[in-house]
Design a protein around this ligand. Structure first.
Ligand code: ADP
Ligand code: MG
Length: 296
């Protein structure tokens, strides 16, 4: 497990200009403004409100959400079902525009999808069933023009090796377990060498044991390559285990409750883990955001 065995939470590392840690509870980052963070963020989400227009009403999925992700972070967005986590990923992916606020990657405004942001979903059917593992990984490399021919094949095999599936390179998806398919999807994403990997509850559909193994594998993959990942989950333990930071969102519509530096928390022992879990639970659910917006 990466990171030092810190008892629970410390102050948010990039917040060097932040005053002394608050008297109680984990370091809860006050919403920061552009430029407050010392390191240059890779991804900046500023005051982002996301809405869906349905036939007769407007659904506000998130309300003025702020966060920034430095390079190499395992940044987890945690919140209950329906709080707008997937919607945030869609917006970062460029599939949806904010009603309010802006999203920037390396300083550039995100206006459309691009190969610099790759999404990994929980569904097992995200692979093309008529293509082998290797062909599935090669496919986006070639269609986006990132690599072609032998180079595409080499890059694909490198990524497949990283997720330990070399022996299965010529197998078809239907012959693989759910966990293996998910590894192929991760390899396919990583082969594209995106600036940020977007993972939408990628392990939610796996059985409990496979899920734990996949979490461990993701962490060891991260140890090797230090990629930046924006990981969405509704599971508090998963957030603590995966995240170097955790952004807590309130129930629908999603608003930022807090941002925690959780690196090392998972290695701090069972008691600390449970204490943090309880604390996050209380922070998420203690005071619901009541703003008069009727939930349909
Ligand atoms: P989460 O991923 O946290 O479970 P979502 O981002 O999927 O939440 O959804 C946030 C809110 O937006 C929910 O109230 C959901 O019903 C609504 N929503 C999601 N997708 C659509 C859509 N295509 N049209 C209308 N409302 C939507
Ligand atoms: Mg979702």
């Amino acid at each position: 497990m990466p990171g030092p065995a810190t008892p629970v939470l410390k102050s948010v590392s990039s917040e060097s200009s932040d005053p002394a840690p608050r008297a109680r509870g984990p370091s809860v980052r006050k919403r920061s403004l552009v430029g407050v963070d010392s390191g240059k963020p890779l991804l900046e989400v500023r005051g982002v409100t996301l809405q869906y227009k349905t036939q007769d009403h407007l659904v506000t999925a998130t309300y003025r959400v702020d966060f920034s992700v430095p390079p190499g972070d395992r940044f987890v967005v945690l919140g209950p079902s329906g709080c707008g986590k997937s919607t945030i990923l869609k917006a970062v992916g460029g599939y949806m525009q904010p009603t309010e606020g802006e999203i920037r990657l390396k300083g550039e405004l995100i206006t459309k999808p691009g190969p610099d942001r790759i999404m990994v979903f929980q569904e097992f059917d995200q692979l093309l069933p008529w293509k082998t593992v290797r062909e599935n990984v090669v496919f986006p490399l070639v269609t986006t023009g990132k690599y072609k021919g032998k180079m595409a094949d080499e890059k694909a095999m490198e990524a497949i090796a990283k997720v330990k599936l070399t022996k299965f390179a010529d197998s078809y998806p239907h012959t693989l377990s759910g966990g293996m398919k998910q590894r192929v999807a991760i390899a396919r994403g990583m082969a594209m060498e995106p600036d940020i990997l977007l993972m939408d509850e990628p392990f939610a559909a796996l059985d409990a044991l496979t899920r734990v193994r996949m979490q461990d594998e993701l962490l060891s993959l991260w140890d090797e390559t230090q990629f930046t990942v924006l990981f969405v989950t509704h599971s508090i333990p998963e957030a603590i285990k995966i995240g170097s930071r955790i952004l807590l969102l309130s129930p629908h519509p999603g608003q930022v409750k807090a941002e925690l530096n959780s690196s090392g928390a998972a290695a701090a022992g069972d008691a600390a883990f449970v204490a943090l879990q309880n604390r996050i639970h209380d922070m998420l659910f203690a005071e619901r955001v009541e703003d008069g917006r009727a939930t349909p």
